[in-house]
Design a protein around this ligand. Structure first.
Ligand code: PEP
Ligand code: MG
Length: 324
């Protein structure tokens, strides 16, 4: 089965009944560009910009950031590259910007940090916008969104960066801006959030952690951390339905999207865009090309009535084995 996956790279990512599914990759390191070259990905659904920040012993300058971002945008042009604003705190800290807290996942994380330090935010936004000059395949994504006010603040900062650059004679274009849905409050705010942005992307790793109140990195509770928990699946269903109602594209960029079973569940819930590590892309594509979207929808509807995540997985697996 694994042999010959490379031959799928050039084939369309669509189901057997011809429903197109956008398959994108998650990147962070510069080398991810090379690794993803042969996957035929439709673009970058998540560039974790904190990775280059972690590699350096200090905050990268605007020039340094722009060079790194430009390399990503050039490599995938004309396909979109979704750059996430710095998402530090939680489990990702910078040696040169230590954050010490009793509950880091509930603390100063993601947008909370950069909105308290608008100078970090503005420099990063300027670097992204400058890097996109002449390419215009940039999409900017906001992490750890918990309320509408944060998004309004972030949008104002991005627009300030655009204004500054235009004022300096650089004719940068306004990119599509989106939010990550990875905190339960954001699920309940889908209507309000979709009225402010051009796209949303579900961070299923954090969403699972916060819905189930299970630390995603704590081995002691690892067996109850499961993105196939019915409560998570129900949240995923609400998000995709609200996105459709608002006519705002919705995708998933957490690990669930790169797990073949997870991808089938997401397809069945109504998702048509998934972003994953490049190592998983062709495997997911192989599965998607073998199944009908209508079939996945029927299966997923049934999953929502099952209480046990393990039974949800085995039901999915059994259904998949039956068709191929
Ligand atoms: C997520 O939370 O699902 C996500 C994609 O972001 P990260 O794993 O970087 O927190
Ligand atoms: Mg996250």
């Amino acid at each position: 089965r694994v042999l010959g996956l490379e031959s799928l790279a050039g084939l369309p990512s669509e189901t057997a009944d011809c429903v197109a599914v956008n398959l994108m990759i998650n990147t962070g390191l510069q080398t991810d560009i090379i690794r993803s070259k042969d996957t035929g990905a439709d673009g970058v659904g998540l560039f974790r910009t904190e990775v280059p920040f972690m590699m350096l012993g200090r905050f990268p300058s605007e020039e340094e950031q722009a060079r790194i971002y430009r390399a990503q945008m050039e490599a995938f042009h004309p396909r979109p590259v979704t750059m996430r604003m710095l998402d530090i705190g939680g489990d990702k800290s910078l040696d040169y910007f230590p954050i010490e807290e009793a509950n880091p996942f509930l603390g100063w994380r993601g947008l909370r940090v950069t909105l308290d330090h608008p100078e970090i935010f503005i420099v990063q936004a300027r670097a992204m916008l400058r890097a996109s000059l002449g390419l215009n395949n940039l999409r900017i994504m906001l992490p750890m969104v918990t309320s509408v006010g944060e998004v309004e603040e972030a949008l104002a900062l991005i627009h300030r960066a655009i204004y500054e650059l235009n004022d300096e004679g650089l004719k940068v274009e306004t990119p599509d801006i989106g939010v990550m849905i990875e905190v339960p409050s954001a699920v309940y705010l889908m209507k309000e959030l979709t009225s402010l942005v051009e796209f949303v992307s579900v961070g299923s790793n954090d969403l699972t952690q916060y819905i189930l109140a299970v630390d995603r990195n704590n081995p002691r509770v690892a067996d109850i951390y499961d993105s196939m928990h019915p409560a998570v699946l129900k949240a995923l269903k609400i998000i995709v339905d609200e996105g459709k109602a608002a006519n705002v594209p919705v995708s998933v960029c957490g690990e669930l999207a790169g797990d073949p079973l997870g991808a089938v569940a997401l397809l069945g819930l109504g998702y048509r865009s998934l972003s994953m590590s490049s190592a998983n892309l062709l495997r997911v594509k192989a599965v998607i090309r073998q199944i009908d979207a209508g079939w996945a929808e029927t299966v997923a509807a049934g999953l929502l009535n099952i209480d046990d995540p393990k039974v949800i997985r085995s039901t999915l697996l059994l259904a998949l084995q039956k068709v191929g």
